[in-house]
Design a binder for this molecule. Structure first.
Ligand code: TRP
Length: 334
């Protein structure tokens, strides 16, 4: 890693919250595509556990999910020797930079964030300040490592845009300091929708058959896919407006098999819905079974995970500290 940091590879940063379990949507939308980035870029994949605190968490579960997320990263194929993988809370510079960047972010900007509006509606009883400044911590995650590229889904684009605005603003006042990050546009992961409500993104906070979790047993997966909402015209074709359920099953299929939607449609168009569901369930199970096995192995070896986290956090701190000090000097703290 140290050698690659001095190389001219571009830096990619992304993170997932360890709140709840990882869904098939998280996997196909992000994790699976990250695996393809690890040779070409300096990749930093963080478990952003501080972001999770913006919503009430059960401490025991949070602790467990945080470690398990890293185990899943590894089980899914991210090499802990090639990528920096660590817990956000282990690198204190994230929150330090976050305070500073809070002072360069306007109330009005944060107030416009769609996710803040959505979450304040959803967690009406707990609209805390952390929920409001969430995007500033995210900007800090990104800017702290002079990140060039951020692979993010549609729902995080606005936050990335804000991170760019903050970087540009800071650079304007103090001279070139931060790299203005770009969204990573490449072979991005699929947007997987809920099985019971295919008009909304599959969310790991749903637990009613809408979401497949990476740790679901095969028979559970089969049952969830069997109960997925479809339509009544018995045609297998991709049409997200009129056929969101079938389109979602096709997205899942093509994303796992790495076939195009067109190829998948062609291959499956003569099947009945029952068969389609069976086929989709099978490819899901085939894809995630090896991940589950590796995951179970890794979970037995907590020392190994702890050691990886420790080593990677040390490497991350080194970069973070250097860049934070540069900021301190520019603004007059040092
Ligand atoms: N907000 C992101 C999400 O919920 C997670 C996240 C935190 C993130 N910091 C990040 C993603 C930095 C990319 C880069 O999906």
């Amino acid at each position: 890693m140290v050698e690659s940091i001095v190389s001219d590879k571009k830096t990619i940063f992304s993170g997932m919250q360890p709140s709840g379990q990882i869904s098939l949507g998280n996997y196909l939308g992000a994790l699976k595509s990250w695996v393809n980035l690890q040779d070409e870029y300096n990749c930093i994949f963080c478990s952003v556990n501080l972001h999770s605190l913006t919503v009430r968490q059960n401490p025991e579960l949070l602790r467990q999910n945080t470690k398990q997320l890293i185990a899943l990263y590894i089980a899914a194929g991210l090499d802990p020797n090639k990528n920096l993988m660590f817990l956000q809370s282990d690198v204190y510079q994230h929150t330090q930079l976050s305070w500073i960047l809070n002072c360069y972010t306007y109330f009005g900007e944060l107030n416009r964030m769609t996710q803040f509006k959505e979450k304040s509606a959803k967690y009406e009883e707990n609209i805390n300040a952390g929920l409001f400044t969430y995007p500033v911590l995210m900007a800090s995650d990104i800017l702290l490592y002079k990140t060039n590229l951020v692979p993010v889904g549609e729902d995080q684009k606005q936050h990335l845009e804000l991170a760019r605005d903050i970087a540009i603003r800071f650079n304007k006042i103090y001279g070139e300091t931060f790299i203005v990050p770009e969204p990573y546009i490449g072979k991005v992961g699929a947007r997987i929708m809920g099985l019971l409500d295919p008009t909304k993104k599959m969310s790991k906070s749903d637990n009613n058959g809408n979401t497949i979790f990476l740790t679901d047993e095969p028979n559970i997966i089969l049952n969830k896919v069997k109960r997925a909402v479809t339509d009544s015209d018995n045609q297998i074709r991709f049409d997200t407006i009129n056929k969101p359920g079938i389109s979602n099953l096709l997205s899942i299929y093509s994303s796992i098999t790495q076939k195009t939607i067109l190829e998948s449609e062609e291959e499956l168009k003569n099947k009945g819905y029952g068969d389609l569901k069976k086929i989709v369930a099978e490819v899901i199970i085939e894809e995630i079974l090896p991940i589950q096995e590796k995951f179970k192995e890794l979970c037995k070896n907590e020392d190994y995970i702890n050691e990886i986290l420790k080593q990677n956090a040390i490497k991350a701190q080194e970069i973070a500290d250097k860049n934070l000090n540069e900021v301190y000097k520019k603004i007059g703290i040092k």
